[in-house]
Write a protein of this length. Structure first.
Length: 202
């Protein structure tokens, strides 16, 4: 009987999986628009926005893990704090009044609204003067997360998160291959154990 020693190690970078999920729904949205098939497009937009938000934080944690000593001290801080810290460390200019960083606050607010979902009451009151047919175009008031959940915002969010990601990688001099999950294993023969079988007499 052979005695074998097996050692294996994996490095798992979840941010790439989350980005792939965001890309999947972005692609679904673009296909729906191209084919003029809007069935379920709101849920595709919602999914793209959620995974883009998750990706943004996971990307920040990846970069922080790579470039900042004792990153675990900062991991539980807010996403805004972590992005500011990383950008300061990398010397990246941040203009929160313009894309792509303008999207960060919107994504965080959207993610938090869904993660901590609760009942809301939204009211509007206005007068319509003129043709009563305008009432047909009247829309019920929406929560802020509903207003943000559009295909346009989803596509913009994916684009902005991807841009921030690649800007950080470039500034940190990290190659894309270094961001992929992977593993290694070592197999070695330790010894051959001889097993003797005892014959039984009937």
């Amino acid at each position: 009987m052979n005695k074998i020693s097996l050692k294996a190690n994996s490095q798992i970078f979840i941010n790439q999986d989350l980005m792939s999920a965001a890309f999947h729904y972005k692609d679904k949205i673009e296909t729906s628009i191209k084919e003029e098939n809007c069935e379920g497009i709101a849920f595709k937009a919602m999914s793209c926005l959620i995974f883009s938000a998750f990706s943004l934080e996971a990307n920040a944690n990846f970069i922080g893990y790579k470039i900042i000593k004792d990153w675990e001290v900062h991991e539980r801080k807010s996403l805004k704090y972590k992005l500011d810290l990383i950008c300061q460390e990398l010397g990246l200019a941040v203009d929160k009044g313009k894309r792509p960083f303008q999207t960060v606050n919107l994504l965080v607010k959207f993610r938090n609204s869904l993660a901590h979902g609760k009942p809301e009451s939204v009211s509007i009151e206005k007068e319509i003067v003129g043709d009563p047919s305008k009432l047909e175009k009247f829309k019920y008031p929406q929560a802020s997360w509903e207003e943000y959940c559009s295909e346009e915002n989803a596509l913009n969010a994916y684009e902005d998160v991807n841009r921030i990601w690649h800007d950080m990688l470039s500034a940190a001099n990290i190659k894309i291959m270094e961001t992929l999950s992977g593993g290694s294993s070592v197999t070695s023969w330790k010894e051959v154990v001889k097993v003797e079988r005892l014959s039984s007499k009937t």
